[in-house]
Design a protein around this ligand. Structure first.
Ligand SMILES: Nc1ncnc2c1ncn2[C@@H]1O[C@H](COP(=O)(O)OP(=O)(O)OP(=O)(O)O)[C@@H](O)[C@H]1O
Ligand SMILES: Nc1ncnc2c1ncn2[C@@H]1O[C@H](COP(=O)(O)OP(=O)(O)OP(=O)(O)O)[C@@H](O)[C@H]1O
Ligand SMILES: [Mg+2]
Ligand SMILES: [Mg+2]
Lengths: 223, 223
């Protein structure tokens, strides 16, 4: 349903080029839960941003149901993201002047069939922090608000960049269960970047990047 | 050498009080490597910030070699931090307008016996990213610059708030080895907040927080 075809991303830094992605082919199948692994700097966030229409490749195409989103203008790209993609950012990107609940509500007001903000925050055990501003939340609490915000939208496509990085093991498992549940009950096509091994076994498929290339791919038969 | 005595931290939020820390007693012994564990929101960052003089307790004292730093004025607190403490922040706090090397150099220029910035970045395998700005670095690379910056200072006290949160297992282990080595060879008194279990076994002592209190303490005899 969403696929990167021969995607390359090169940053020109004076006389040195950084090849963040080198001809990557990754397709997300309808309703699957894909996990993306790889060392720090291997290109995972770059790939996820390009798939989600937050960035454009230097070469290659990104097909969403027959349309090449890499060729869209800014306005259409924004509409594609707003209508179809829920994103959990590696740096959360919460709005500092809005409370946890308002941050979630911002996204649900424009969605077609959103969860109630309170409900989404309850999924990540933050009902008692609804009126805190981001600066009044711990690192892990901010990360969970970012997750609630993406999930509340009930999007077709959910892209999560390291959703458990700041969480203790127990809270991290809770969050991965929420993501897994959304994928199973709503059929949300989901891609998760994580360093957390247990998530890899929850996935339908695991793709490993190394130095800007797909290094290996693995199907979980037992699932 | 650095100890929190009966430290309490309460945030007043309208008619609800948030008790981030409730009478915590934690002392760092000279040259030890202490690990601080606990669920998201249990008060770890709050405690570390208070120990490092970045925040003040609502009640209680923080003794650094006989002086109560919780009672110091802003200027003296800043000098205490600058002269004695290296801090790796949960949100890295890199300066966006400076490159990786410049971010590290900023701290080494005012330190007594600093590492060369290039050397510090080599410790975390980032010599080839020295001239990148934070926005041109991956999440894990930014985290490693923050670590290089704290370690380069060669401080008496090193406080690390989740230094491996954004790192894959292999890179995370490399970073923990760097921290462990600094502690062993320089005798740096070190406290690390982490969710990464292997670090707990590298520590001399492990303290677990729960809901703002010390929940349990464990000495690693085998070390
Ligand atoms: N400025 C503030 N105002 C109100 N509450 C706050 C403020 N700062 C922190 N808190 C609350 O204090 C509690 C402890 O926060 P702290 O950042 O110490 O947790 P933590 O153990 O570091 O969590 P994490 O593992 O998620 O980083 C949290 O529940 C948080 O919501
Ligand atoms: N704007 C930029 N200019 C130059 N280089 C960049 C830029 N953005 C990213 N890079 C480089 O591209 C590479 C891939 O970055 P990316 O953020 O995709 O890595 P990642 O796999 O998500 O890493 P991590 O696990 O550390 O988050 C990194 O080595 C980074 O230094
Ligand atoms: Mg990344
Ligand atoms: Mg914290």
């Amino acid at each position: 349903v969403l696929a990167a075809h021969d995607v390359t991303k090169t940053y020109r830094m004076g006389d040195v080029d950084v090849h963040a992605l080198r001809g990557v082919n990754v397709g997300l199948r309808q309703g699957e839960l894909l996990v993306l692994l790889g060392p720090s700097g291997s290109g995972k966030s770059t790939l996820l941003n390009i798939l989600g229409g937050l960035d454009v490749p230097t070469e290659g195409r990104v097909m969403y149901k027959e349309r090449d989103i890499a060729a869209l203008g800014d306005r259409e790209l924004t509409r594609f993201r707003r209508d179809h993609v829920g994103f959990v950012f590696q740096f959360y990107n919460l709005i500092p002047s809005l409370t946890a609940r308002e941050n979630v509500a911002l996204v649900t007001e424009i969605a077609e069939e959103p969860l109630d903000p309170r409900e989404a925050l309850e999924l990540v055990s933050l009902a008692d922090r609804m009126d805190h501003f981001p600066s009044q939340l711990s690192g892990g609490e901010q990360q969970r608000v970012a997750i609630a915000r993406a999930v509340a939208k009930q999007p077709d496509i959910l892209l999560c960049d390291e959703p458990t990085g700041a969480l203790d093991v127990k809270t991290g498992i809770r969050v991965l269960e929420v993501i897994d549940e959304v994928n199973r009950t709503l059929g949300t096509t989901t891609a998760v970047i994580t360093h957390h091994a247990p998530m890899a076994s929850m996935a339908d498929r695991v793709i490993s990047l190394s130095d800007g290339r797909v290094y290996q791919e693995h199907e979980n038969e037992t699932k």
